[in-house]
Design a binder for this molecule. Structure first.
Ligand SMILES: [Zn+2]
Length: 401
């Protein structure tokens, strides 16, 4: 099927904005982008001559399975304290609450323009509901296991899932964090990711408590692991920063590293990172990912919502606005690249840019009549709570009012 979309403006994410043009999509793939509207006849024509179009947003880090935790947690002074609060309320969720949360969260993301998703999935039973939510997605199998003796069994479980579910969904592997995954398990999961050609992602250098734990073997995370009987007696702190620890294992450069609030100059060793603006704000972080330096070094940085355990909504338009507030030295044009092209590059999606050969994952914003401002400012307008046009793989979907 061939579709023609006439638009007022288009942010391609691979060139200057195009005005008053048309876009041809054939069987879900972009065939042509033209700076003028032709008389060409196609099976379907959409008149979006009062819209700004752009690639759909890519939420590069989320946990849809935790959406039902909305309003159940509050920022604690201690990160370990927040984890202590999270564990019982998460365990107490019924299956029904969790499923409704996933649907609600997915709906909120879609309404606000998310077409691509990287989700950390903690239970195999959640692969179908999250994978089936309709996004272009990577489902990261989230693994926790700090005791060395569990490493082999946990890696085997991941391999079984890669074999049984890998043809159904695009899977990735997510060792949860350096304070919750043993060195041995990190190495085994890295090997599996290489053997199966899948992406690896982890929460890294999120807090000073993590740094204290990995550098010195001290602080509230030690007590948390001890209380959970997860700390091996003979465990020795690696005596380096979390990023340098993963670097010493030879796996930092294989990672999509999430958060990295305490990274120093080691950011140069990252292959890709994800910044979670509203989660950062929710925790009241004063340190965060050196986004400006990373972009200057040519390292792609995506944006993520993280979960409702550390956010008050999964609305992606709010994420880009908070990114704009937290990153005064990063332009709105660059924030939109992080929200689209970089996220797609990091996750190996054939989308995120509007050019021939890319998939038709698009969003649109209805413009005020006679709009004269910068096109890049439109998605940041504070009154916008949702997108006005939404398309995945060349198929448009209704935007609820
Ligand atoms: Zn997370």
């Amino acid at each position: 099927m061939t579709l023609k979309i006439n638009f007022r403006a288009l942010l391609t994410q691979c060139g200057e904005p195009i005005e008053n043009g048309e876009l041809i999509i054939e069987n879900g793939t972009i065939l042509e982008v033209s700076p003028q509207i032709s008389q060409r006849k196609t099976e379907t024509t959409l008149d979006l001559t009062d819209h700004l179009l752009m690639p759909g947003f890519v939420n590069a880090h989320s946990h849809l399975g935790l959406t039902a935790l909305a309003d159940k947690l509050s920022p604690s002074k201690s990160f370990a304290g927040w984890i202590r609060d999270l564990i019982p309320v998460n365990a107490a969720l019924s299956d029904d609450e969790r499923m409704k949360g996933i649907q609600k969260g997915a709906g909120e993301m879609k309404n606000s323009g998310v077409t691509g998703l990287a989700d950390f999935v903690a239970e195999p039973g959640l692969l179908d509901p999250i994978g089936g939510a309709g996004f272009r997605s990577v489902l990261f199998l989230e693994i926790i296991g700090f005791q060395e003796k569990r490493a082999r069994d946990l890696a085997d479980e991941v391999e079984t899932l890669l074999k049984s579910q890998g043809s159904k969904w695009t899977l990735g592997i997510a060792p949860h964090a350096p304070y919750s995954v043993s060195e041995k398990l990190f190495l085994q999961l890295d090997k599996l990711a290489k053997d199966y050609g899948c992406l690896l992602s982890t929460h890294l250098a999120e807090t000073d408590e993590e740094t204290l734990f990995i550098e010195k073997g001290e602080g509230p995370l030690v007590d948390l692991l001890k209380d959970r009987q997860a700390l091996d007696e003979n465990w020795q702190a690696p005596a380096k920063s979390p990023a340098r620890f993963l670097k010493s294992l030879g796996i930092l450069n294989d990672m999509v590293a999430v958060h990295c609030n305490y990274i120093d100059e080691d950011y140069r060793a990252l292959q890709a990172a994800v910044f979670c603006p509203k989660s950062t704000q929710w925790f009241g972080r004063s340190h965060f990912l050196p986004v400006r330096k990373m972009l200057d070094a040519g390292i792609p940085v995506g944006l993520g919502t993280d979960s409702m355990a550390s956010n008050d909504s999964l609305n992606f338009l709010e994420e880009i606005r908070v990114a704009d507030k937290l990153l005064p030295d990063v332009s709105r044009k660059e924030i939109l690249s992080m929200a689209t092209r970089f996220g797609a590059e990091i996750l190996r999606f054939p989308s995120g840019k509007i050019k021939p050969g890319q998939k038709g994952d698009l969003i649109g914003f209805k413009l005020e009549h006679g709009y004269r401002g910068d096109w890049h400012d439109v998605p940041f307008e504070p009154q916008r709570k949702k997108v006005d046009f939404y398309m995945i793989n060349g198929k448009s979907q209704a935007c609820p009012s």
